[in-house]
Ligand binder design. Structure first.
Ligand code: HEM
Length: 342
């Protein structure tokens, strides 16, 4: 084989020599390593065997594989979302360009999660679900820590305080005091006894400390704080507001509605099925209309806030029939209000 040591190759070798020398390393030894190293394969690069070994159902019902895999896919998207939000929290971005780009990415991931949720709603056998779900007690997606981390990075914790307690605090209140009133604590209460479910107790045992730490760290690093304190003069302000409204609607209306639709489909049938969730008050807790979780209340009109998540829920709660996929943010469309996604 003819080999020519071109100026381009020489220049690259020089650069490598400089790189290794600066660390006291021997370039020739590294070239040896390159000579003997195997070529990278796709399956090694993405750790395919490990990835495909993680779907380990607890029962023999075939559709449990869909359930476990879709949860894992969602957690991977949550990871991508966290990856972007975490970068925003450290940005030294005074003009808002990078901030806008990152929020757009987050919205893209959430839009995908909303659109794919029909895999849960339509894609599993109802009877199988009710049976294999019993083998998974008391685990619940409620225990997704990444979901809470995303919320904490998106807004001031004051917006995550249970609405009925919110007026006791303001944006400057101590995190430790507000933390005990996180809205999600209401979502895992036994309907009959009013006590915390085991699902919630286990979640708190594992994650309370780290979530509290994150909340403190994010007090001045969450999206809302950064936008309202550092980007008010940005020429991109209107575009940023549009993306933040989209994010709010995607997380707090669209995803919640898609998810609620799954709960209605599988759990709203009879008392035995409802017991499969550990006896929680999910019918009262999950609908965005009741939850009224809003990251950025000041970006919405009074009427938009009053109608938060309303129309689809009014139409379908309590219905025993299969329901169609809700139109994203139909709350706003139905009222002829501006839809943040248009
Ligand atoms: C058939 C599919 C699903 C059903 C029937 C369902 C049902 C429920 C129910 C009943 C709750 C209330 C707490 C409880 O009683 O456990 C809940 C909460 C939750 N689930 Fe699911 N779920 C499904 C799929 C998923 C998926 C794929 C995820 C993705 C990670 C997920 C994430 C969550 C989260 C984050 C909460 C807490 C929501 C909040 O606090 O507002 N769920 N789910």
């Amino acid at each position: 084989m003819d080999f020519e040591l071109t100026p381009e190759i020489e220049a690259k070798i020089k650069l490598l020599a400089i790189k290794y020398e600066s660390m006291g390393q021997d370039l020739v030894a590294y070239l040896d390593g390159l000579l003997y190293a195997n070529y990278l394969t796709y399956w090694d690069y993405i750790h395919l065997d490990t990835l495909l070994s993680l779907q380990t159902p607890k029962t023999d019902f075939p559709d449990e594989t869909i359930f476990i895999t879709y949860h894992q896919i969602t957690e991977l998207y949550f990871k991508l979302i966290m990856h972007e939000l975490d970068q925003v929290s450290w940005l030294k971005d005074s003009n808002g360009k990078l901030f806008l780009e990152k929020v757009r990415r987050v919205n893209r991931y959430f839009r995908h999660l909303v659109n794919s949720f029909e895999i849960m709603v339509e894609g599993m056998d109802y009877k199988e679900f009710l049976q294999f779900r019993m083998s998974l007690l008391p685990a619940s997606g409620f225990q997704s820590a990444q979901y809470r981390q995303i919320e904490i990075l998106c807004t001031n914790f004051h917006s995550l305080v249970e609405p009925s307690q919110r007026s006791l605090f303001d944006e400057h209140s101590r995190i430790e005091e507000m933390f005990g009133y996180a809205y999600w604590k209401r979502g895992s209460i036994e309907t009959e006894s009013g006590l915390k479910t085991l699902t919630l107790k286990q979640f708190e045992r594992k994650y309370s400390e780290s979530l509290l730490k994150l909340t403190k760290r994010c007090r001045t690093r969450n999206l809302w704080f950064i936008f309202s304190n550092r980007l008010q003069e940005s020429s991109l302000k209107d575009k940023i507001i549009e993306e933040l409204r989209t994010l709010d609607a995607l997380v707090n209306v669209d995803w919640r509605l898609s998810h609620f639709q799954a709960a209605v489909r599988y759990l709203n049938k009879d008392t035995e099925a409802i017991a499969a969730t550990g006896g929680t008050n999910w019918q009262k807790y999950l609908p965005p209309r009741f939850q009224k979780q809003v990251f950025y209340p000041s970006l919405w009109s009074k009427e938009e806030l009053e109608n938060w998540g309303k129309s689809w829920v009014v139409q379908h709660v309590g219905s025993r029939t299969r329901v169609n996929k809700p139109s994203p943010s139909d709350t706003f469309r139905s009222k002829g209000k501006p839809n943040p996604k248009n």
